[in-house]
Design a protein around this ligand. Sequence first.
Ligand code: AMP
Length: 114
Amino acid sequence: MAECIFCGVAAGEVSAEKVYEDDAVVAFRDINPGAPTHVLLIPRKHVPSLNKLVAEDDEAVGHLVRVATQIAEQEHIAESGYRLVANCGSHAGQSVDHVHFHLLGGRAMGWPPG
Ligand code: AMP
């Protein structure tokens, strides 16, 4: 069993409602959604934070962003709009130490975020 919960999701050891997966990226619904659509996208590779990304991760992260746009289409939020955000560190409220992006949509959102 993976020590990291998101590595466990990627490996199929932790149950999650996956909406997409390939060799590099996994996307699944947030267990505690903050919007009508709330999908998390992760690289399969365990990287604990944005601060630890290295050049070899560029392709996977770029791919992840494109996958997010495709999921936005599938979820019918591409036209109304959505937010793709990654929390890094304690001030941002990062609670899982595996790089992840939140795809949020289906309602209007305020700015700046709290
Ligand atoms: P963050 O606070 O930016 O690190 O985001 C972590 C997110 O992971 C939170 O929105 C949690 O609700 C979500 N989360 C934690 N564990 C799971 C899980 N097992 N399946 C789906 N989402 C999860």
